[in-house]
Write a new protein. Structure first.
Length: 136
């Protein structure tokens, strides 16, 4: 799994390095960002496009992380609860195995009556189709 993550990281970095190197002129241009809120208009000083792209990429990563954070916390709580349940079930199982092992060591009195089994061959059975074949 660690090798897979490392390979993914190398491919990811290689992709962005290739993207940057092939579009170096674009990323090194300076642009201004303007925001018009109908009440007021804001303008940033000229900034490299590379910084703008990186800023929005990081904002996207943080948004994704914080939106999944409650789910991660819930899963961790559930894992803790299930781990505790598993521990109690294992303790119960080990105690049952110990009692069964101690029961096997003690001799059991034979109080079970033996019953005779009746096979199909010993029972008189007439099949209706055989009787009609003999009558015809």
């Amino acid at each position: 799994m660690k090798k897979g993550k490392l390979a993914f990281l190398i491919v990811f970095i290689g992709f962005f390095a290739t993207l940057f190197l092939q579009n170096k002129e674009f990323f090194m241009m300076k642009k201004e960002i303007g925001i018009n809120l109908w009440v007021a208009a804001y303008q940033t000083p000229p900034v490299f496009v590379l910084f703008i792209v990186l800023a929005f990429f990081l904002i996207g990563l943080l948004t994704g992380f914080f939106s999944s954070l409650p789910k991660l916390i819930r899963f961790k709580r559930e894992i803790k609860s299930l781990t505790a349940d598993l521990k109690t079930q294992r303790d119960k199982l080990s105690s049952i195995e110990k009692t069964m092992a101690s029961d096997e060591k003690e001799p059991k009195p034979e109080s079970v009556e033996k019953t005779e089994t009746v096979s199909e061959e010993s029972m008189p059975v007439k099949i209706a189709s055989e009787e009609t074949a003999k009558d015809a």
